[in-house]
Design a protein around this ligand. Structure first.
Ligand SMILES: Cc1cc2nc3c(=O)[nH]c(=O)nc-3n(C[C@H](O)[C@H](O)[C@H](O)COP(=O)(O)O)c2cc1C
Length: 241
């Protein structure tokens, strides 16, 4: 290696230009990653309506909306209210069962279903719930996101469908369709994946048609749903139920 070549290689300018290249590439990478992160956040922090609305059959339905929060007029309650408004305006009959404020226990798997002539042996709010269930064409679960799933109140309602899921049931419920409306603090739609998947599997098992899902990210404080654009989506889902 000649002296001049070696000097040029070690010169300040040579080192600076290599450093410059290195930092330039680093800055470009950071900018690209920032752009990706921004796009990811902005696509997940807005209201997401993951639903398909099959054309309304025109048939007026009896819809049972099950709410799952202990907070009266909380975020999920407001979604349920908007849904109900749309559904009633479209001529459907809507019952609301507030499972968060009239909670039922989880299924005990005692296999006592129907043994007393009633669907379940337990004496709790299920007794107020099942007469509504037994005349509903459509079930709408409206829940806050709790630990990446529906709230425990909604889960208990799902569990208590057990009497209608046995081979030896005297009769089944008339429900043929369902919807899922959930809101949570998380900015990420993936946080709702567990709830969505168990809902999907449940519908597959029951043979119910999925009529729509609404996931609302980024709402936490009491009142955060007031005036939220998700309410228009929920109302539209009710109208198209
Ligand atoms: C016990 C509990 C668990 C929660 N878990 C989650 C969660 O896993 N992910 C999330 O995004 N938000 C979670 N949250 C926040 C609620 O989903 C959020 O505050 C929601 O808007 C409450 O709705 P509500 O006003 O209808 O009760 C949780 C809240 C509570 C009280």
């Amino acid at each position: 290696m000649s002296e001049s070549h070696s000097d040029a290689g070690r010169s300040g300018r040579g080192i600076l230009s290599r450093r410059g290249l290195f930092f330039g590439a680093g800055a470009a990478l950071v900018a690209a990653a920032g752009g990706l992160l921004y796009r990811h956040l902005s696509s997940t922090s807005s209201v997401k309506v993951e639903s398909f609305m099959t054309p309304a059959s025109g048939r007026k339905k009896r819809i049972l909306v099950v709410t799952g929060s202990g907070r009266a007029q909380g975020n999920s309650d407001l979604l349920a209210e908007a849904f109900t408004k749309g559904a009633r305006e479209a001529g459907h009959t809507v019952d609301i069962f507030p499972a968060g404020r009239d909670p039922m226990r989880a299924c005990m798997h005692c296999e006592g279903c129907w043994s007393t002539g009633r669907p379940c042996v337990m004496e709790d709010s299920f007794e107020r719930f099942h007469p509504l269930l037994e005349k509903a064409d459509m079930l709408v679960f409206c829940s806050p996101l709790y630990w990446y799933s529906v709230s425990g109140h909604i889960k208990c309602v799902m569990d208590r469908l057990y009497p209608y899921s046995q081979k030896k049931k005297p009769y089944d419920i008339p429900v043929k369709e369902a919807m899922l409306l959930i809101c949570g603090e998380s900015l990420f739609l993936r946080s709702f994946a567990g709830a969505a998947e168990s809902y999907r599997q449940m519908l597959g098992f029951k043979g119910w048609k999925d009529r729509g899902r609404l996931f609302v990210t980024g709402v936490h404080e009491y009142g955060a749903m007031k005036g939220h654009k998700a309410l228009a989506s929920a109302e539209e889902m009710g109208r198209c139920a």
